[in-house]
Design a protein around this ligand. Structure first.
Ligand SMILES: *[C@@H]1O[C@H](CO)[C@@H](O)[C@H](O)[C@H]1NC(C)=O
Ligand SMILES: *[C@@H]1O[C@H](CO)[C@@H](O)[C@H](O)[C@H]1NC(C)=O
Ligand SMILES: *[C@@H]1O[C@H](CO)[C@@H](O)[C@H](O)[C@H]1NC(C)=O
Ligand SMILES: *[C@@H]1O[C@H](CO)[C@@H](O)[C@H](O)[C@H]1NC(C)=O
Ligand SMILES: *[C@@H]1O[C@H](CO)[C@@H](O)[C@H](O)[C@H]1NC(C)=O
Ligand SMILES: *[C@@H]1O[C@H](CO)[C@@H](O)[C@H](O)[C@H]1NC(C)=O
Length: 396
């Protein structure tokens, strides 16, 4: 039995960094899903072949099932490590050179070091920048995600350094391309002790469209110990299904069918679902967030913008949190929805909550992160008859 006692908590997180959720040999096969059609968020504790997810080893398989299908049907393929990578560090710049199939690219995240604290420093990777206040003692690694994969319009498909390497017809949408680059940043930091970053204490954050990207990076890069998507909306913390429902009640909310017309965050493989019915997806974005477990996650939202679908985010995040609950660490996953404020301007009301997550996951302090809070008039618990009609086990 795996128990996440507080004592072994950080040991576990480090082990997760070394891929403790290693996929066992005998996972259930993924059935043909031609008739999948579920109006509710798919049950995180049942394999698609009907078997139940009862143990942490089962979860490693379920996690693989979700990852495989999300890459296939929504995000596009996350390539393996490239043939070669070299790194140089100079000033505050980490220059990463990558070669693959005779092609090469170079990208160069910059690091802003804190003026307090001790090296090697914990760090946050800023997906296209950081919109939360810089925590004291934490380095900020600026990742220029748009150079890696453009996100200007629907015409941006296949543009950016990632596609110079893997071809403009690669299945990857922009977000999985960014996640690929974040993995290389972690590899580069591990090879570069002189960069003075504690690679066991790195998180990721971003706001709005870059918050969508921060969630995907946190989901697919297991060495990140803290994922902070901020006001990420559909394609981020929102459920495709709930957002469609909200739109159907006349509230202007971003949905799958809109998003595939607007930009290239997702693979074009997703169009078939966005154009017909998201109920055919054997996952939703509660599944995406669940890939982060048991690592730290803090989902930050803003009730002021219908477009962000705050109830959709709430329902999806409360549903995702059940996986942390099954693991016995529900407090590693926080949900906070503040009252109306300007988009991506972090409100002071959420500062103590953010501090608690930063202190726990980047500094090993035993803070209280048992946070589920909304300024909205929402009640949502699992099981929820309409959206999450499934029960939550305790993993044995
Ligand atoms: C999917 O299920 C809904 C009801 O839950 C039904 O109305 C619809 O016809 C089904 N679609 C398909 C393609 O089976
Ligand atoms: C990687 O190695 C190549 C060949 O030696 C060199 O030209 C390039 O500058 C190196 N890139 C980095 C980022 O160190
Ligand atoms: C990178 O590709 C360019 C051509 O695109 C080539 O001139 C250069 O030699 C390559 N560099 C390495 C290190 O392979
Ligand atoms: C989805 O709909 C858009 C707009 O009607 C169209 O351009 C695209 O080809 C469709 N894609 C698929 C896979 O149905
Ligand atoms: C949010 O606040 C802004 C002003 O700060 C206001 O213009 C807007 O109407 C408010 N939105 C809602 C949904 O209350
Ligand atoms: C919250 O929602 C319920 C049900 O929709 C409604 O009866 C109640 O008045 C709402 N409360 C507030 C404070 O808006």
């Amino acid at each position: 039995m795996v128990s996440f006692s507080r004592r072994c908590l950080f040991a576990f997180l480090l082990a997760a960094a070394a891929d403790a959720l290693r996929v066992p040999q005998a996972c259930p096969a993924i059935p043909s899903l031609t008739s999948f059609n579920d109006t509710a968020l798919p049950d995180l504790f049942t394999f698609l072949d009907g078997r139940k997810v009862k143990t942490l080893a089962d979860w490693a398989c379920k996690r693989e099932e979700i990852s495989t299908l999300m890459q296939r049907d929504e995000l596009g393929t996350l390539p393996g490590r490239p043939e070669s990578m070299n790194v140089s560090f100079s000033g505050n710049t980490l220059t990463i050179g990558v070669t693959q199939s005779g092609k090469n690219i170079t990208f160069a995240p910059t690091i802003t070091y804190p003026t307090t604290g001790t090296a090697p420093f914990p760090a946050l990777i800023g997906m296209g920048g950081v919109s939360i206040p810089t925590p004291s003692g934490v380095a900020i690694i600026q990742f220029n995600n748009e150079q890696m994969a453009a996100q200007d319009t629907a015409a941006s498909r296949g543009q950016g350094l990632f596609f110079n390497l893997y071809g403009s017809d690669a299945s990857a949408g922009a977000m999985i391309a960014w996640a690929w680059a974040v993995r290389l940043i972690m590899d580069a930091l591990e090879k570069t002790p002189e960069a003075n970053i504690n690679t066991g204490r790195v998180g990721v954050t971003g706001c709005s469209r870059n918050g969508k990207g921060a969630l995907v990076a946190g989901a697919f890069e297991p060495r990140l110990v803290l994922t902070i998507p901020q006001e990420s909306g559909s394609g981020g913390t929102d459920s495709w299904r709930i957002s469609d429902f909200i739109l159907s009640t006349g509230i202007s909310t971003q949905t799958a069918s809109e998003i595939v017309q607007e930009n290239v965050w997702l693979s074009s493989n997703f169009d078939q679902f966005a154009n017909t019915s998201v109920n055919k997806l054997p996952f939703d974005h509660h599944s995406l967030a669940a890939l982060v477990a048991p690592r730290g996650m803090f989902a930050i939202d803003n009730l002021g913008y219908d477009w962000l679908g705050p109830f959709s985010s709430y329902g999806a995040m409360i549903s995702a949190r059940t996986v942390w609950t099954a693991m016995g660490v529900s407090d590693f996953m926080g949900v906070s929805q503040a009252a109306n404020h300007t988009h991506c301007v972090f409100p002071s009301t959420q500062q103590p909550q953010l501090n608690a997550f930063i202190q726990k996951f980047l500094f090993d302090e035993q803070t209280d992160t048992d946070i589920v809070e909304t300024a909205g008039n929402y009640t949502f618990e699992v099981p929820d008859a309409q959206w999450a009609p499934w029960s939550v086990p305790k993993f044995v």
